[in-house]
Design a protein around this ligand. Sequence first.
Ligand code: DGL
Length: 263
Amino acid sequence: MKIGIFDSGLGGLGVGLRIIDALPDYDYVYLGDTQRVPYGNRSQESIYRFTRESVDFLFEQGCLLIILACNTASAEALRRLQQEHLPTHYPERRVLGVLIPAAEVAASQGKRIGVLATLGSVDSGAWPREIHRVAPDRKVYQQAAPLLVPLVENDGFRWVAPILDEYLQPLLAHGIDTLVLGCTHYIFLKEQAQQLAPGVNVISPEELVPDSLADYLRRHPEITSRLSRGHTREFLLTDLTEEYVGLAQRLTGRALTFSRVEL
Ligand code: DGL
């Protein structure tokens, strides 16, 4: 059986390709819900429903384990999927998120932690909850940064600096020592974030999620033994245009072949 990687759109390719490169033997299906991106400004109910439909689709494609590369889906839908949906519909399959590994690393490395994320992720309270689960004494300051996703998607990198700076100032005013880039798209702004926040430890999920997945696979032989190792990759999108293909190439530096699918 395969490993599924899900994102609301194309930003998840950043973490998805790092996983594939780090653990290349397995069979992968990447699904980006480009028809309904962005998720970040939507209600919790919509994010849950969209994520559940995408997860069900990936299970139908033969995935045993799914990584929610999307931080918003990890924040708003993962717990409910694990607690309500999987036990009744797919008791033997697993869904993991990117938020918990990043929150755990932030909690272990920082004392005053800033989180830059989508509105949905901030409103969910998942970042402070998961950081405080590991280290209750940490100070956590969140900042929603809704303008950054459209800038990345529209190749607007030259306009990022003043907007990113505006989002970072309240966090820097709190004296943060650690900054979590809590959204798939922000990892493409890592260097700019580091320049605007000198001396702050910038945590970017794509750097730690592959190790965290490798660790999970080591600890769960009952899952790992059922994963096929045929070295295949499929990249599926719910909407497909030339612009999406161009964006994926700009973001990843790779020419990937996509297929359009209906959920
Ligand atoms: N993938 C989303 C995330 O990581 C960002 C894009 C969106 O809002 O859908 O939070």
